[in-house]
Ligand binder design. Sequence first.
Ligand SMILES: NC(=O)c1ccc[n+]([C@@H]2O[C@H](COP(=O)([O-])OP(=O)(O)OC[C@H]3O[C@@H](n4cnc5c(N)ncnc54)[C@H](OP(=O)(O)O)[C@@H]3O)[C@@H](O)[C@H]2O)c1
Length: 419
Amino acid sequence: MFSRTAVRSAGSNATLSLRARAVSPLVSTATRQCQGPLPNAFMGGRRFIAVYGYTQAKALVYSRYGEPKDVLRLHKHSISPPHGSQVTLRLLAAPLNPADVNQIQGVYPSKPPFQSNLGTSEPSAVAGNEGAFEVIATGANVKNLSKGDWVVMKQTGQGTWRTHAQMDESQLIKIENKDGLSPLQISTVSVNPVTAYRMIKDFCNWDWMRTGEEWLIQNGANSGVGRAAIQLAREWGIKTLNVVRERETPEKTEVLKQELRELGATAVVTEAELLSGDFKNKVNELTRNGKEPIRLALNCVGGKSATALAKTLAPGSHLVTYGAMSKQPVSLPSGLLIFKNLAFDGFWVSKWGDKNPQLKENTINDVLQLTRSGKFKDIPVDEIRWNWETEGPALTAGVQETLSGYRDGKGLLKFEGGD
Ligand SMILES: NC(=O)c1ccc[n+]([C@@H]2O[C@H](COP(=O)([O-])OP(=O)(O)OC[C@H]3O[C@@H](n4cnc5c(N)ncnc54)[C@H](OP(=O)(O)O)[C@@H]3O)[C@@H](O)[C@H]2O)c1
């Protein structure tokens, strides 16, 4: 299975020179839930589960908006044994997605409330929206989850960049069959693949009698969403024309193009090719002079790139904007609206998932089924190992890189501690 995984240690040795970030004061009571660390919970730098079943936990939290390196800090706290329908969870893996950083910067529309329930010195939110967790303890009234089950969050905004969490079982989706699946695959299934899946299924009435003769075009094709779109389209008999940004050298650009072709991309072009005067000819050549229509455009870049995608579309098609990586507005020639009757839509998986929880679960299960059968490959990741000794700056440095561009892989927090 394709997986280019760069592993980097974020352990304490790597961070000795970095200044430790603020840690909350000790909270002495052992009766309140989710508070600061219990006294004597650590011996010789090692953690253990304290008496009375308290779990020691750490979370990346923020109490004001700003750059992750400036506002994120690692907060220690303890979690009481679960009661009622609560479960206690241990992190397996959590990706660092662009939207997570936008949320920390305060420029994302959904803003998790700042709260004091983890015993932070100021009301704070736990960062991260996506992740795979293992159930390590269940309350007496939990019906559908058991110790050892793997789960993902039902909604975004629940805070996933934490070693442990306690949630009500109703907030979680159980992975019914985790056989053959890895934490990486489960931790990255609920945002990007679901976004790609729904945009392809819900914004175009594909003519299934013409399987293999219709196209979609997309920019940011090497992103998590883009890679998912390539593979889903391949499975559903839709051809894909994929746009990526040039790398440092033509050879490196070719390596990236080849990587996407191996996922099933029909054609891969660079942004320079997309914006060149010759691109119309290229499209005509690929689509047999429009006999194979391009019926859907997926845009996560904006600016000139989005305009160029729109110009390739067949009359009556849709361009769906789901990201704005270039931070440039989408501007459209009026003729595309008047003479081609194109439709321009937006898609936001968080809102869609809140409205369609069962469909979201079904979509996740469909993607995991494809993954199990080897038809949906892992995204390349830059693994950031997180163990009990890992200090905050090592984690926040990884977060800060998320929006840097031209990356070889998405940041992935991989927790290596025990229960
Ligand atoms: N609306 C939704 O529901 C939804 C859901 C998921 C994701 N998204 C959005 O979709 C986008 C991709 O997310 P992801 O998690 O798939 O991303 P990702 O895997 O982290 O990849 C980031 C992508 O953005 C490109 N990029 C970065 N800076 C760019 C720039 N200045 N101009 C053009 N392209 C640039 C990268 O290309 P290079 O490799 O060339 O840098 C890469 O293709 C993000 O904007 C994210 O917020 C939206």
